[in-house]
Ligand binder design. Structure first.
Ligand code: P5A
Length: 438
């Protein structure tokens, strides 16, 4: 992408209502624009990051055996009346009517809709277990939308729903999603800690929130310091094997959100207890027959009896994650994208677009890298070097290649690692090799 043609409205300042750093950097780097309270447009560079997050989630969900579908944002009030949540959901639910006077709502979550799809299509135990998911916009009329996309009113969620015949099978599915979540956040470079959590309006009695520790987090959390040393293996995983031991390993150490905090642990753990702020990036629930019973989602078992299915739901805040990652990775000059999420792999800076040799070299580099599948943002604007450096640092691409009149004479460029600030002068060939080989 040529920056001179790219829609990237960067800014030096951010509006004073942007209170946290991720919100400020997202506005300043041209990722989002507010269009209403808690409602945002995603501009090209922000959308690129959102899509990368989605891709990792899809990849890992599919690997765990979940199947993607797409449900609408607009739902009928009828199914919510069946489950009993139409009244319970209160003012957080955005309700409206169509021209025929039918009551509709903008989905805050999809337990009812997926249960309706299931009961209309699945008849037999032979079709279970089943995990379905989608990535779709939600609307919750939050009392206090704040911190940009961190707590929006319209936000993107990945939500999965599982159907099983027995508690044991439902727990095994829950474990799959638990491990899948650890892997998803790990691939994003995040240390998300699973914590015992309250299930709230979703319901059920087994629930974990996945939290990233950050001072700007909205939740107060408590955990055993030792859990910070736990890591997730990148290697392949067999979801058909028993994952209980992995879940037990993570849940045996104390980790709880405020609502579930057991004060007696403060004496038990002493100095080992961390009390910190956390950002909730995921939340998983097992709620058994709560929806299948109220909405009559039954299948025949082996003996031909009709039984209500066991269900769970599993959410990830996709749009919130963009902000959460920035909270975890930034410095005073801007964002430090983990390579897997960076909107482009390399920022190519041409220091003097008036200089023919520099422009020719830059275009060659751009072609070579682009042909090799590297995503390059080429700053070909007629701007001062200072402006180019500041913008490139702000948007936070992991690598910058700097081409200037002084280097072109001996075929030299500079390679800058954004995270460390380390600048290396080297031959063009070596720089290309380094980028291509990682
Ligand atoms: C699980 C999937 C649910 O809604 N039903 C379907 C269950 N869970 S949840 O915890 O309420 O939401 C899942 C995740 O969505 C993110 N999230 C938000 N992100 C931005 N702005 C919001 N207002 C918001 N509300 C929830 C969180 O990451 C949460 O874990």
């Amino acid at each position: 992408m040529f920056l001179s043609e790219y829609f990237l409205p960067t800014a030096k300042e951010s509006p004073s209502e942007a209170k946290i750093l991720s919100h400020r950097y997202m506005l300043r780097s041209g990722m989002i624009r507010q269009s209403g309270s808690g409602i945002y447009s995603w501009l090209p560079i922000g959308l690129r990051v959102l899509r990368k997050i989605e891709k990792i989630i899809r990849d890992e969900q599919n690997r765990a055996g979940a199947q993607e579908l797409l449900m609408p944002t607009i739902q009928s009030a009828d199914i919510w009346k069946e489950s009993g949540r139409y009244a319970d959901y209160g003012k957080e639910m955005l309700r409206f009517g169509d021209r025929h006077g039918r009551e509709l709502l903008y989905g805050p979550t999809n337990e009812e809709l997926i249960t309706e799809i299931f009961r209309d299509t699945i008849r037999s135990y032979k079709d279970l277990p089943l995990i379905l998911y989608h990535i779709q916009w939600k609307f919750r009329d939050e009392v206090r939308p704040r911190f940009g996309v961190m707590r929006g009113r319209e936000f993107l969620m990945k939500d999965s729903y599982s159907f099983d015949m027995s508690f044991e099978e439902a727990r095994s599915t829950y474990n799959k999603m638990f491990v899948c979540y650890l892997r998803i956040f790990n691939r994003m470079g995040l240390k998300a800690i699973p914590m015992t959590a309250e299930s709230g309006p979703i319901g059920g009695d087994m629930s974990h929130e996945f939290l990233i520790l950050a001072d700007t987090g909205e939740s107060q959390v408590f955990c055993d310091r030792a859990i910070l040393d736990y890591s997730v293996s990148d290697s392949s995983i067999d979801y058909k094997s028993d994952l209980q031991h992995t879940v037990d390993k993570w849940t045996s150490l104390y980790a709880a959100t405020d609502e579930k905090h057991d004060k007696s642990q403060e004496n038990v753990l002493g100095d080992k207890l961390i009390s910190a702020r956390g950002i909730e990036v995921g939340h998983i629930f097992y709620f058994g027959k709560k929806y299948s019973q109220s909405m009559n989602a039954r299948v025949s078992d082996r003996d031909g009896n009709m039984v209500s299915v066991e269900m769970g739901s599993y959410g990830i805040g996709v749009s919130r994650l963009v902000a959460a990652v920035i909270e975890a990775y930034h410095d005073d000059n801007g964002i430090l994208w983990p390579p897997a999420l960076a909107p482009f792999d390399v920022g190519l800076i041409n220091l003097n677009v008036g200089d023919q040799a520099s422009s020719q070299m830059s275009r060659e580099v751009y072609q070579k890298l682009t042909n090799a599948g590297v995503e390059v943002l080429y700053d070909d604007r007629d701007e001062r070097a200072g402006v180019k450096f500041a913008d490139m640092d702000l948007i936070g691409l992991p690598l910058q290649m700097i081409v200037g009149p002084r280097g072109t004479k001996n075929d030299e460029v500079e390679l800058k690692e954004r995270k460390t600030g380390k600048i290396m002068k080297m031959s063009l060939d070596k720089a290309l090799k380094k980028i291509l080989e990682g």
